[in-house]
Unconditional design. Structure first.
Length: 362
């Protein structure tokens, strides 16, 4: 018997909304995947059934993101936060350059400093992390091990909005914007992203690693923190997050059918415009955090005239089935996270609510 469901507009910064067709397919396959008589959650990760799922997921990621053949894919645990430490253990030989455009870049720096020498080539703290620099105009360490950037800062809503063209090896945390637009994998030595925003449920971290980087991995690392061990074992040194990998594959297949990342980008630009237009048309009642040149299409922080009005805004929005609009404590105000699967109808509903709230409280 079909169960009636009510879908609200979920503006959560993560885990975020997922494509409804993907959820429906997972629901249909929950008890019996492909005639095996088992749920994906019950399968041996060494068995033929999950091997097929793993191969399909890898193929979907390569197809959707146009991953070159000289890059390895890993589906790891621990999220981007573990990658902060893992990448430094593997590659921080000498000094590494970091550019910090927000809270997650700061955390990457903190983890890197535990493992070796870190040079912060640029830090946006003085301007409350409201912008991203021109990477080509910064001073870097000679022969740096790598340059680390965070493409899109989830909390501050700051995005570079383009791929870097740099001579050094760039390692990028792309957690909150991966697959939201086309990107050139070859511009990076490594890309990593927690899945829970655009790629699937929490519990999986996708790593896209250029093969030659493996030559730099030192001996004697703990096996779970060694990229060579993970590659040599097909990212299954231990039991992987099987269901999350399966869901990630379904999400990528969904966006391939949608038309690929070019179509996804057009959709995301249209969604973000609806919300930014409401902010920009408010005469200053709503104030965006990021400068216009670096406004994120995924995370839109904005403030209201007072904390009291912010609390009222969040409460009244929730009553209209728009949830998780409270901003991060470090920025304040509100934040609308509108990842790939978030519908444009929700953006329109938010914009209309914003106009009505301003009319009553401005």
């Amino acid at each position: 018997m079909a169960i009636a469901t009510k879908r609200i507009y979920n503006f959560s910064a993560g885990p975020g909304a997922m494509p409804v067709p993907v959820l429906q397919r997972a629901q249909a396959e929950m008890l019996d995947w492909n005639g095996t008589g088992m749920s994906v959650m019950e399968m041996s990760h060494r068995g033929k059934a999950f091997t097929q799922i793993a191969e399909q997921t890898e193929a979907a990621v390569r197809n959707l993101m146009h991953v070159p053949s000289n890059y390895k894919l890993l589906f790891l645990q621990g999220g981007a936060s573990l990658q902060f430490t893992m990448l430094a253990k593997n590659f921080l030989n000498g000094t590494a350059d970091y550019v910090t455009t927000g809270a997650w870049g700061v955390r990457a720096v903190e983890a890197g400093k535990i493992e070796g020498n870190v040079n912060v080539a640029w830090d946006g703290k003085a301007d409350k992390y409201n912008q991203a620099p021109d990477l080509t105009k910064l001073d870097y360490t000679a022969d740096a091990a790598y340059l680390h950037i965070t493409t899109n800062e989830t909390i501050q809503g700051v995005d570079f909005l383009s791929d870097p063209t740099m001579p050094q090896d760039v390692i990028c945390d792309m957690s909150s914007c991966i697959a939201s637009r086309p990107f050139d994998v070859s511009k990076y030595a490594m890309v990593y992203a927690g899945a829970q925003k655009n790629l699937g449920p929490s519990g999986v971290c996708l790593v896209i690693l250029r093969e030659d980087m493996l030559e730099r991995v030192p001996t004697g690392l703990p096996a779970m923190l060694d990229y060579k061990v993970q590659v040599d074992n097909g990212w299954m040194y231990n039991t992987p997050p099987c269901f999350g990998v399966y869901m990630l594959g379904l999400v990528c297949e969904h966006w391939i059918k949608f038309g690929g990342l070019g179509m996804v980008a057009k959709m995301n630009e249209a969604k973000a415009k609806v919300v930014y237009d409401a902010i920009d048309g408010s005469g200053g009642f709503y104030k965006p955090h990021a400068v216009q040149a670096n406004r994120s299409l995924m995370n839109i922080p904005f403030t209201l005239p007072s904390d009291e009005l912010t609390d009222k805004f969040v409460s009244e929005a929730k009553a209209q089935d728009m949830i998780e609009l409270k901003g991060h404590r470090s920025v304040g105000g509100c934040r609308a996270s509108i990842y790939n699967a978030f519908p444009i109808e929700g953006c329109r509903a938010l914009a209309e609510f914003m106009k009505g709230f301003m009319a009553k409280n401005g």
